[in-house]
Write a protein that binds this ligand. Structure first.
Ligand code: G2H
Length: 251
């Protein structure tokens, strides 16, 4: 049995005070980490404070992006070793917004995944198709190639510790959700790709989330599907009550 993982992705939302208020409000209310992994991926400048607030609780803190080098002349970037030095546990890698607006490539995603693992950070690797790709029946091809490139060059043991998030781009922040069956079919395809690359044991261990307009009203059905092990949640993770409702349904 794979433990569900619900990760909030706050994107570029919340003031510092709002972030602190949220974390203080939810930290004692998140379900036990024996039942569900609860993560909040926050803007980088809030991470040290949120890590402190979440210390000794079942809430884990993640970043939304990082560089793949541990140090260097990369003005404005944040490195994996810097994130590790403040005890950040997770990092979203290759979110479609980063691929679209910041030209992040599959090659960079692969390097970032490696850098995350080297620093003890769990990568949440995003993949997903555009509406145009879906309408021209290229969903599986696109997702398979993103996953294959992101996972290139690892050992099965390393891959088991990763999380993959399937986020159809047309469902992100639009209110449109893939049907649970469609989402499950693509997550199943991702598992097949992992099995082809790293074998059955790794494929049945790695956790695959669905993302794209997940909310308390639709999470139960999504999580009831065989290949969906959690959710990467944007909008519905911004309010403490809906974030907790998602966690409680997953637990
Ligand atoms: C997809 C998701 C979180 P939302 O980007 O990664 O956002 O739930 O708002 O569609």
């Amino acid at each position: 049995m794979r433990k569900p993982i619900i990760a909030g992705n706050w994107k570029m939302f919340k003031t510092f005070d709002e972030a602190v208020e949220f974390a203080e409000n939810v930290r004692e209310k998140v379900p036990s980490e024996e039942k569900v992994d609860a993560v909040i991926c926050a803007p980088a400048i809030y991470l040290p404070t949120l890590v402190d607030i979440a210390a000794e609780t079942d809430l884990a803190i993640g970043a939304q992006n990082m560089h793949f080098e541990n140090e260097g002349a990369f003005t404005g970037e944040i490195s994996p070793s810097q994130l590790a030095s403040i005890h950040v546990d997770y990092c979203i890698i290759g979110h479609s917004e980063r691929r679209e607006y910041f030209n992040e490539t599959d090659e960079a995603v692969n390097k970032k995944v490696r850098a995350a693992l080297m620093n003890g950070i769990v990568p949440i690797i995003c993949c997903g198709e555009t509406l145009e790709e879906r309408e021209s029946a290229k969903t599986e091809e696109k997702v398979a190639s993103q996953v294959t490139e992101a996972l290139e060059g690892f050992s099965p043991e390393e891959v088991k510790h990763m999380v993959i998030a399937y986020e159809p781009i047309w469902a992100i922040g639009t209110g449109k959700t893939a049907t649970a069956d469609d989402a499950n079919a693509v997550c199943g395809k991702i598992r097949e790709v992992v099995e082809g690359l790293y074998g059955e044991e790794t494929a049945s261990t790695i956790r695959i989330q669905y993302g794209g307009s997940v909310k308390p009203e639709n999470i139960e059905e999504l999580l009831s599907k065989e290949h969906i092990d959690g959710a990467l949640v944007g909008g519905a993770s911004l309010q403490a009550d809906s974030y907790l409702a998602l966690l409680n349904q997953a637990a």
